[in-house]
Design a protein around this ligand. Structure first.
Ligand code: 3PG
Length: 395
């Protein structure tokens, strides 16, 4: 269900679940992508004459107030982007939240403090989550779920609340589901997926599912060394998940059986230490010196990966190719981002680190078909899972 299904919202109080879980350096937001992505829904509701109450989480506090995880920086940034005040309550469902939401008028925005300051938000006990959902629901007439990054969580402000109030997906959730859905259910082919990031063990379900769906799987990042080790190569002191080598051998076999092309790097940028000023050399992927660690895919691999993406009609990318935060090891990630921009196909950047990389490396977001705001949520969609926060919004 989308916002339009909620009828006339003029004069109504709308509780919006956003994902404002942004990276912070102290109280400074280092990537405001999620705050910016939350604006269109809030603006749409304001334009419709509603009063908007935003609820969101930041980080993983321990179910009690903790100033480190205050939503104050996100509220301030949201106010700047909207060009109007955002009143942040001091609590979630206490006296401050009640006073702030009672006083809220049409066209105004309030925000409740971090929803994870209440242990019931993430409780495994249904009744506890439902009790919190009922207290949140008391502030509003309808609920709009727009925090795509949390729709894989069965939590009070994501799942249970949608069973108490009339509920619909916001425009961000709608856009994410349509864009990722295109790749997940009916990709234009060739369908190429680029996977990176540090661990194979974080992506087991995704790889297993993609081996039945994708035409090409390009592997980089820290996880590639477990693939190289599975092929019997020396990986030096690179990241390696010894306990996943057999699983990866199984993937390589399944890929062959299913006709899925697995593309591995042919060369590696190998450093003597994990540091921006490390001594780095380019070595063949099957000959990483024992005392060196791979921190990026090499230049030949970048060219190879770009060529495998050039004619793809659908490209999904999740996980950086190297330690992109250090300039010396950012080239592989840059090459993949550029190849996606150059491609005529539909390109989707999975959230989390790859979305942050695109922004931090200065790429124009408009060059991509879609940049997801979800990390775990986009991976679970790619895995083919049913996400509770989406299922609860279905008709
Ligand atoms: C994310 O950062 O992926 C979302 O905000 C969800 O956060 P969580 O993994 O702490 O539930």
């Amino acid at each position: 269900k989308t916002i339009d299904s909620l009828g006339d919202l003029s004069g109504k109080k709308v509780l919006v679940r956003s994902d404002l879980n942004v990276p912070l350096d102290g109280t400074t937001i280092t990537d405001d992508g999620r705050v910016r992505a939350s604006v269109p829904t809030i603006q749409k509701l304001l334009d419709a004459g509603a009063a908007v109450i935003v609820t969101a989480h930041l980080g993983r506090p321990k179910g009690e107030p903790d100033a480190k995880y205050s939503l104050a920086p996100a509220a301030a940034r949201l106010a700047e982007l909207l060009g109007s005040p955002v009143t942040l309550a001091d609590d979630l469902v206490g006296p401050s939240a009640k006073a702030v939401t009672d006083a809220l008028e049409a066209g105004q925005v309030a925000m409740l403090e971090n929803v994870r300051f209440d242990a019931r938000e993430t409780s495994k006990v249904d009744e506890e989550r439902q009790a919190l959902a009922a207290e949140l629901a008391a502030f509003a007439d309808v609920f709009v779920s727009d925090g795509f990054g949390v729709v894989h969580r069965k939590q009070a402000s994501v799942y249970d609340i949608a069973q108490v109030l009339p509920a619909a997906a916001g425009t961000l959730v709608e856009k994410e589901v349509v864009s990722l859905g295109k790749a997940v259910t009916d990709p234009a082919r060739p369908y190429a997926v680029v996977l990176g990031g540090s661990k194979v063990s974080d992506k087991l379900g995704v790889i297993a599912n993609l081996l039945t769906k994708a035409d090409r799987l390009l592997i980089g990042g820290g996880m590639v060394f477990t693939f190289l080790a599975a092929k019997g190569y020396e990986v030096g002191s690179s990241l390696l998940e010894q306990d996943q080598i057999d699983t990866v051998k199984g993937y390589l076999k399944t890929a062959e059986e299913n006709g899925v092309e697995i593309v591995l790097p042919t060369d590696i940028v190998a450093a003597d230490k994990f540091a921006a000023d490390a001594d780095a050399v380019i070595v063949a992927a099957d000959a990483i010196p024992a005392d060196r660690m791979g921190l990026d895919i090499g230049p030949d691999s970048a060219t190879l990966f770009a060529s495998k993406l050039a004619d793809a009609k659908t490209i999904v990318w999740n996980g950086p190719m190297g330690v992109f935060e250090m300039e010396a090891f950012a080239n592989g990630t840059k090459a993949v981002a550029q190849a996606m921009i150059d491609s005529d196909g539909f390109s989707v950047v999975g959230g989390g680190d790859s979305a942050a990389a695109v922004r931090l490396l200065g790429f124009d977001e408009a060059g991509f078909g879609h940049i997801s705001t979800g990390g775990g949520a986009s991976l679970e969609l790619l895995e083919g899972k049913v996400l509770p926060g989406l299922a609860v919004l279905e008709d």
